[in-house]
Design a protein around this ligand. Structure first.
Ligand code: ADP
Ligand code: TRP
Length: 316
């Protein structure tokens, strides 16, 4: 049967947390067999944040291990890093020439940087264009991401439409796939869980860290239900199971946190053990990435030939 094409990416900018997992990564695994999948390590996007080559290298390898540990199967899906396929940056340049500065000025990440009076790099400004190239290069149909990436997928669609208008039908219009019920996973302080807020619970956390972090979840209660504890607990149990538990233990924050700790440990332990086993064979991980890069490159090359033809630079 004809399978739709799925592509998603994660920046190798730190260790994944349960917000990344439930907001995005979990869907990757769930959608893997029904789609033809590309899972990317967005190292050139991460260059906006990581400028230490040693850290970059470690982060890339760690993220490849993470992908494998959550269940990405490299015999089924293409797992690769962005920098192995130079067509991504090449296509981003071509897109740069058809979109305008005022259009990109409306992108959230750039607007945030400006609002915080940060001096944005051209790379940050251009971030959505490179992401559009990532997506459009492979004729992607679906892009599973967390809610905060929705705008970026819309930008990719806009760019595809504009290119197609100018040069004729070339790119497919992708759609974002966002898991509604976990669109935003809260952190231990109740804000969106994010590496940049220091409020995360890591996906491969050790038991002792899970205990400490759950105990530090801020409890602002309404009717005896500690909202932040509940919102995180929801990821590990069905709401009907929780309804009973939270009713029985109304107001007993310590006991509710203990219950969450136990559920979280049970969920994380097997993932963590699997990750450790994979991490023991770095050579294999690198080989998987290298193979994935070759497979992605071959597909991207064919698309680029078509793009070069369309824009009139292909002479032979
Ligand atoms: P962070 O905000 O921690 O830096 P990233 O920007 O690297 O996370 O996000 C990687 C993926 O995880 C994206 O698809 C993003 O939408 C998703 N994601 C990140 N944080 C959350 C969250 N708190 N809830 C749901 N999804 C999230
Ligand atoms: N911008 C995404 C994030 O911060 C990562 C990313 C890069 C991506 N290229 C992509 C996600 C292509 C989906 C498709 O999470």
């Amino acid at each position: 049967m004809f399978k739709k094409i799925l592509l998603s990416g994660i920046k190798p900018s730190g260790r994944p947390h349960i917000g990344n997992y439930f907001g995005a990564m979990k869907q990757f695994v769930e959608m893997q067999t029904a789609h033809h999948c590309f899972f990317m390590i967005a190292d050139y996007h991460a260059l906006n944040i990581i400028q230490d080559p040693k850290v970059m290298r470690e982060n890339i390898i760690n993220l490849a291990i993470d992908y494998l540990a959550i269940g990405i199967d490299p015999t089924q899906s293409i797992l690769f890093k962005q920098s192995d396929v130079s067509a991504h940056t090449e296509l981003a340049w071509i897109f740069d020439t058809i979109i305008t500065v005022p259009y990109l000025e409306r992108a959230h990440a750039y607007k945030d940087a400006v609002a915080k009076k940060k001096e944005a790099s051209v790379g940050l400004f251009n971030y959505p264009v490179l992401m559009a190239a990532d997506i459009l290069l492979y004729d992607t149909d679906v892009v599973p991401v967390g809610a905060d990436q929705k705008q970026h997928v819309e930008i990719a669609r806009d760019i595809a439409e504009k290119f197609n208008r100018i040069y004729g039908e070339t790119f497919k219009l992708p759609v974002a796939h966002i898991m509604k019920e976990v669109a935003v996973v809260p952190g231990i302080d109740g804000q969106k869980m994010s590496k940049s807020y220091g409020n995360t619970i890591l996906l491969f956390a050790e038991d002792s860290d899970i205990e400490k972090l759950v105990m530090s979840i801020v409890t602002d209660s309404s009717a005896g239900v500690p909202k932040n504890v509940y919102e995180i607990h929801k990821l590990f149990r069905t709401e009907s199971e929780l309804a009973k538990l939270y009713e029985e233990k109304a107001g007993k924050y310590k006991e509710l946190k203990d219950a969450l700790t136990a559920d979280m440990k049970k969920f994380i332990a097997p993932l963590r053990e699997k990750r450790k086993a994979i991490a023991g064979d770095t050579a294999r991980v690198l080989q998987i990435l290298k193979d994935g890069g070759e497979r992605a490159r071959a597909i991207a090359q064919t698309k680029m030939e078509m793009v070069r033809e369309k824009i009139g630079v292909k002479l032979y």
